[in-house]
Ligand binder design. Structure first.
Ligand SMILES: *Cc1c(COP(=O)(O)O)cnc(C)c1O
Length: 387
């Protein structure tokens, strides 16, 4: 009997320990974990440096208030600013908080320059920006908003890839366009670089802001620190979360100087955001991912892996329709519903997770070993051959 609310459709399995790419179930069975908390554990389970960072900090200070200076957060913000387009960082605890705060930053900017009517945010229909009341209406998904009315006003939508409708939907009240650089829950759909460039141009022309939601695809997941990096596009606001904490809850909003000017003292706050425990873990994650060889390895290994997956697709085209994604944010789009496929992978001790459009999401830790990739390839091939 479980006394947890029934809002999740949980697999009937629990785990007692994890190490790197592997999890051990409470029955002692070993699983290759290519979910990693949904792109959260960027360095796998129980990374020694993360354990050390958390242990050390736990003996010093757990929590103070943002009423005081938090040096661990100052350090992490400085590292992020040095690495990215951002001039300022605002820490939160989760992805939904980060996307909502991103919306607040955009609205507040126009308010602060005397254009308070520019307050609507334009998003892709059936995208995913989190599960808070505002974020579900930003996502524009019927399923996520059903029963949670009244509808939160202030969001408009266009279909993925529908440039005409995107342009048509921008009006005098539009403050920003907010999209995931790679749609995660929506089925691992990559916005191509040329599209990001055009989007930036369009936002400049219309004098509106560009928000790129990198909660899932950011922090090295795509092979670059940010998925938009190669396009050379500079967004105004970027919410991040999942991968930055390596398993510890952290969210953040990154912003440029221009938009940050609206966020004066008192405009936003969070009790737990920027908590010293979280910040010390985040500092350690960033230090490791920022080593030059680290992302080179992600690029090299993910290229190898995606090639192998494409070979399987070519061998079993009646099972796999398409291999999608970038880096270690990968989707196998199946010909039909993916539930049974995911179950069979799990029976063979490989954990994966669904996304929209019959997609099986594969999210290894960024430091996955080649031997572990090969093991997963063997399992996926086996399941395809039995299909
Ligand atoms: C997961 C996710 C969120 C929401 O993050 P939570 O931590 O679950 O609130 C927002 N945006 C994107 C793109 C995500 O993948």
């Amino acid at each position: 009997m479980s006394f947890l609310a029934k809002n999740y459709n949980r697999k009937k399995i629990a785990f007692k320990t994890g190490k790197g790419s592997f999890l051990i179930s409470d029955k002692g069975q070993k699983y290759l974990d290519f979910v990693q908390g949904i792109a959260v554990n960027s360095l796998g389970h129980a990374h020694p440096k993360l354990i050390k960072a958390l242990n050390n900090q736990s003996k010093k200070i757990w929590h103070v208030s943002n009423a005081f200076i938090i040096p661990e957060g100052e350090r992490l913000a400085k590292k992020i600013v040095r690495k990215t387009f951002a001039d300022y960082v605002m820490f939160q605890n989760s992805g939904a908080e980060a996307t909502e705060a991103a919306i607040k930053v955009a609205r507040r900017y126009f308010y602060s320059i005397g254009q308070p009517k520019k307050n609507r945010v334009l998003c892709i229909k059936n995208s995913f920006h989190g599960r808070t009341i505002a974020a579900i209406y930003a996502s524009g998904s019927k399923k996520m908003t059903e029963g949670f009315g009244p509808k939160i006003n202030g969001f408009d939508h266009f279909d993925f890839g529908d440039h005409k409708s995107l342009k048509r939907s921008i009006n005098n009240n539009t403050a920003a366009v907010m999209v995931e650089t790679i749609m995660g829950e929506g089925g691992i759909k990559v916005i191509p670089d040329w599209c990001l460039k055009d989007l930036r141009k369009l936002c400049n022309q219309k004098k509106i802001l560009l928000i790129l939601d990198e909660v899932q695809c950011g922090i090295g997941r795509s092979g670059d620190f940010f998925a938009f990096e190669k396009s050379k596009v500079k967004p105004d606001i970027v919410p991040i979360a999942k991968g930055i904490g390596g398993g510890f809850p952290i969210g953040a909003v990154l912003m440029n100087k221009k938009v940050a000017s609206g966020m004066v003292a008192g405009t936003h706050g969070s009790t737990f955001g920027g908590n010293p425990l979280a910040m010390q873990v985040g500092n350690t994650v960033i230090d490791i991912i920022s080593k030059k060889s680290f992302l080179n390895n992600v690029k090299k290994n993910s290229k190898y892996f995606i090639n192998k997956l494409n070979e399987i697709k070519n061998e079993y085209p009646h099972v796999i329709e398409e291999v999608r994604g970038k880096g270690f944010l990968i989707g196998l789009k199946l010909r039909k519903d993916q539930s049974n496929f995911i179950k069979k992978l799990m029976d063979n001790r490989l954990l994966t997770i669904r996304a929209a459009e019959n997609v099986v999401r594969i999210l290894p830790p960024l430091n996955v070993k080649k031997s572990e990739l090969n093991l997963s390839i063997k399992i996926i091939k086996k399941v395809c051959s039995e299909y």
